[in-house]
Write a protein that binds this ligand. Structure first.
Ligand code: GLC
Ligand code: GLC
Length: 643
């Protein structure tokens, strides 16, 4: 007798039974499709299908064609297993035999770049591999490079074709060759999986516009009444560009869901065909060589009327289902979560069965906060509650990225510390846009919301940390402080636990590029101020002993090489400590009885640390030793102390 979805979901044994039944039924057709990959494929399918079935039924069990769609999905998994290149199959095998936590090594170091800004095109990027290696990078996120509308594509985050590239960068086969070359050179390539939306020039969107119902169902074409069931609860993401989250279709007058720009159409994951179609695109990217996919805007992928349509339970189910798909057809593939949301929600995406990696926006925002206030309580308190994650997963710790800085700390923690969260965010925006008296920062406001006053900040690391201002003043001490701030920030992302991620250009302290203000396409999106072009002259500066660029690069190198020699900075656990001195931040890394005590002075005044445990401590960065209980840290000094 056919079991109902509810019965299956309640009972793991029934699920197992059902999944065995499906396997038997489909076995011969899957065998034909998976070709010589079938034995390995079948084994994985046996292991993972009960889970996938559970997730699929949770999402689509109430659809009349649920099992038919599941069958289509299994077929495409089999097909894409057959297409997986041999070198990736080998990685799959290794991953299964001995799960590698490559992201937890003291040598693991990531970077992100736009191909055109960093190296013009794929060929240019291949030529820059030696520079990446010299810097110590072994994980490289190539920012969106897919075919996208011209001229405006939200920096590539409006994808018109997941299987084609922007022609000026090179072709998809060239990208695949580049990614294989990166693998061979020990660098893991990372691509975006922009799966919340496509551009309005995607084939599906064009067919939808042309009136084909099948493709209209890929998106949301809502009547005014339907739209109004959702609209009141939604957050506006780009309020300066466009109010609300919907765009009216000129022909049908229906309202298309567009969380971001009006040319970015949200996909409807309530439709199993959308899930299947995107699973196919995902596996295509995995088979081109992506070791990690960055799950763009993942918080938004599930919508339910009457909710904010962010971070819903079924968004997690969708991602877990994609993860199950990857375990079957591309096991070496890992996911990185891009959830720039409340810290309690950020951590929910992190799990071996969901996203193995996640940006750490809380650390990012609060590092900047502590530099502005010279105080570390909010940082320490927040991290004490939210730093620990599943031991198989890793934070991706970053200081800057291609986007804005949003002040996503927890209001409750702030209030407990006597900080008014709204006022404090206003202060931070003022501070980092250089409007607060005495500020060292030169950032640019991003997406000021006229209704609620919300705002975020854009800028390059060096400009936000004070280099730009110090240089224009010609102030030597201020410049020294700015370089020390950069060193401080780098030291933390390199030692606090997780994969550090550099944003290319920041390693050389490149400044804001204001030319976007003259570009009619970019002028309304101030994030372009921190998307700067690198030329070979600038790369040569890395070796200079006198320029700021050279000094920034070399102090970073010193941190990277020191870290590489300290295993406890890679694997191991983190303990955020309590400091008597409110300007100091301290944490401890522990691994197999070895301890690294990290002390950081967030102020430009000397500070005393009065809690050094007895014994003989050596700072791994300077070689200096410390034995007394009270020690002095110079302005912005960082100590990595080993017993
Ligand atoms: C992510 C990207 C951002 C983009 C948005 C919409 O947040 O980082 O650049 O605007 O998604 O795709
Ligand atoms: C919003 C989104 C985030 C994205 C950003 C783009 O904050 O939550 O995902 O990076 O907008 O600016």
């Amino acid at each position: 007798m056919q079991k109902t979805t509810a019965q299956l979901l309640e009972n793991p044994q029934l699920l197992q039974f059902e999944s065995d039944k499906l396997l038997k039924r489909f076995s011969s057709s899957l065998k034909t499709l998976a070709k010589q990959s079938f034995p390995a494929f079948q084994l994985r399918l046996q292991q993972v299908l009960p889970k996938l079935l559970q997730l699929y039924l949770t999402l689509y069990g109430n659809q009349y064609d649920c099992y038919y769609q599941l069958e289509q999905l299994l077929k495409l998994l089999a097909k894409s297993s057959a297409q997986r290149p041999d070198y990736l199959k080998q990685q799959d095998l290794q991953q299964e035999q001995q799960p590698q936590h490559w992201h937890q090594s003291a040598q693991a170091l990531g970077a992100a770049c736009y191909v055109d800004l960093f190296a013009d095109n794929f060929e240019g990027l291949a030529n820059r591999i030696p520079y990446l290696q010299q810097t110590g990078i072994n994980y490289l996120h190539l920012m969106p490079l897919f075919k996208a509308p011209v001229p405006n594509s939200d920096g590539g985050y409006a994808v018109s074709d997941y299987r084609d590239t922007m022609p000026e960068l090179g072709s998809m086969p060239q990208l695949a060759a580049l990614m294989q070359q990166l693998h061979q050179q020990g660098i893991k390539p990372v691509l975006d999986f922009v799966f919340n939306h496509t551009s309005d020039e995607h084939r599906w969107a064009k067919l939808a516009k042309a009136g084909q119902q099948e493709y209209r169902d890929y998106y949301f074409f809502l009547t005014e009444q339907e739209r109004d069931q959702f609209a009141p609860c939604l957050r506006e993401i780009f309020p300066e560009i466009r109010r609300g989250c919907f765009t009216q279709d000129a022909d049908s007058k229906r309202w298309i869901w567009t969380t971001f720009n009006s040319f970015q159409w949200d996909l409807n994951y309530g439709n199993p065909q959308v899930f299947n179609a995107m699973a196919e695109e995902m596996l295509f990217l995995a088979n081109q060589g992506a070791a990690v996919l960055r799950l763009d805007a993942l918080a938004f992928v599930w919508k339910e009327a009457g909710t904010g349509c962010e971070n819903l339970q079924k968004a997690h189910t969708v991602i877990q289902a994609f993860n199950a798909v990857a375990r079957i057809a591309a096991p070496a593939l890992q996911f990185k979560s891009e959830a720039i949301v409340h810290p309690d929600e950020v951590v929910k995406y992190i799990a071996p069965g969901e996203c193995q990696l996640s940006y750490n926006p809380l650390l990012m925002a609060l590092l900047w906060n502590s530099l502005a206030t010279r105080k570390t309580r909010l940082l320490s308190e927040s991290l004490r509650r939210r730093f620990e994650i599943d031991p198989h997963c890793s934070w991706v710790n970053y200081i800057r990225c291609h986007d804005d800085i949003g002040w996503t700390f927890d209001d409750d923690v702030a209030r407990q510390l006597g900080i008014n969260p709204d006022h404090h965010r206003q202060f931070l925006n003022q501070f980092y846009t250089g409007q607060f008296p005495g500020s060292f920062a030169k950032g640019v406001p991003f997406q000021q919301n006229p209704i609620n006053g919300d705002c975020r900040v854009a800028g390059m690391l060096a400009s936000l940390a004070g280099v730009e201002q110090a240089q224009s003043e010609g102030h030597t001490l201020h410049l020294q402080h700015a370089l020390a701030r950069i060193n401080l920030l780098n030291s933390i992302i390199l030692s606090i636990g997780g994969l550090p991620l550099l944003y290319m250009g920041d390693e050389l302290g490149l400044l804001n590029d204001y030319s976007y203000q003259q570009d009619p396409v970019k002028k309304d999106d101030s994030r372009w101020v921190n998307r700067v072009k690198l030329d070979s002259q600038q790369l040569l500066e890395a070796q200079s002993k006198t320029s700021s660029s050279g000094r920034i690069y070399q102090q970073l190198q010193h941190l990277i090489t020191t870290r590489a020699s300290l295993p406890e900075t890679g694997a191991g656990s983190t303990r955020i400590l309590t400091c008597d001195n409110p300007h100091l931040f301290s944490y401890q890394r522990e691994l197999a009885g070895k301890t690294l005590l990290c002390l950081v002075n967030f102020s430009e005044q000397p500070q005393y640390y009065q809690q050094l445990p007895a014994g003989h401590w050596v700072d791994q960065l300077s070689g200096q030793s410390y034995q007394s209980r009270v020690i002095q840290l110079s302005p912005y000094q960082v100590l990595w102390l080993r017993h």
